[in-house]
Design a protein around this ligand. Structure first.
Ligand code: PGA
Length: 247
């Protein structure tokens, strides 16, 4: 059985005060059966790690640079994120692809960098609305997956997770239907199965895009849906805890 995961993508939100409050509000959360991951802005990563010391909640970053160090002003390496006490990192979030011009090649390098540093990458894939309406959702998502697997090798997925996040569902209040989500998760898993059945059975595939306390249970009911990547609703402790309990 794959252990379920719920990850909180706080994006560029929060302050010392609001994050402290949120962490306090999350204290009653007790879900030992699942992995809970918090992904704060890098500026607060150390604070969150320190606050959660001794807890089973994991902490990760939202992005890393592919190189371990160097003259890359303003960037942060996977090694640095690991050094701060994080255990995982998002790679290829659609906002990175769309707003920061990240293509498959750099995303593959970031994925490899995360593994090199001993972090578990969460590879985000997902189609735009135009791509879905053109009937190309599966083609787009499998190409995003192939681009990383082609570079890192299928075996790399042993220490990684995948998040299927349809771009049109992110921050829009319009999630995928449970059956559309399950369908794409199945497609992703079957794609991996063709290369390595054991890896396919083990890899955790999260759904992301407008998950909330009301729709989480039905989305997580899909046989190939192993949890969620939660944006907006993760900034509300009550909502986030309900989503964790749904998992
Ligand atoms: P959302 O964001 O839950 O606010 O739609 C999800 C994400 O971007 O990971």
């Amino acid at each position: 059985m794959r252990r379920r995961v719920v990850a909180a993508n706080w994006k560029m939100h929060g302050s010392t005060a609001t994050i402290e409050r949120l962490l306090k509000e999350l204290q009653p959360l007790r879900v030992p059966q699942i992995d809970v991951v918090l992904l704060p802005p890098i500026a607060y990563l150390s604070d969150v790690v320190a606050h959660l010391r001794g807890s089973s909640i994991r902490v990760g970053a939202q992005n890393v640079h592919p190189e371990p160090e160097g003259a890359y002003t303003g960037e942060v390496s996977a090694e640095m994120v690991k050094d701060l006490g994080a255990t995982c990192v998002l790679v290829g979030h659609s906002e990175r692809r769309r707003l920061f011009g990240e293509g498959d090649e750099v995303i593959a390098r970031k994925f490899v960098a995360a593994l090199r540093a001993g972090l578990e990458p969460i590879l985000c894939v997902g189609e735009t609305l135009a791509e879905r309406e053109a009937g190309e959702a599966e083609k787009v998502v499998t190409a995003q997956l192939d681009a990383v697997v082609g570079v890192a090798g299928v075996g790399a997925l042993k220490n990684a997770m995948i998040a299927y996040e349809p771009v049109w569902a992110i921050g829009t209040g319009r999630s995928a239907t449970p059956s559309d989500a399950q369908g794409m998760h199945r497609t992703i898993r079957e794609r991996i199965r063709a290369l390595d059945p054991a890896i396919a059975d083990g890899v955790r595939i999260l759904y992301g895009g407008s998950i909330n306390a009301g729709n989480a249970a039905s989305l997580f009911a899909g046989a190939d849906v192993d949890g969620g990547l939660v944006g907006g609703a993760s900034l509300n402790a009550g909502q986030f805890m309900e989503i964790c309990r749904a998992a």
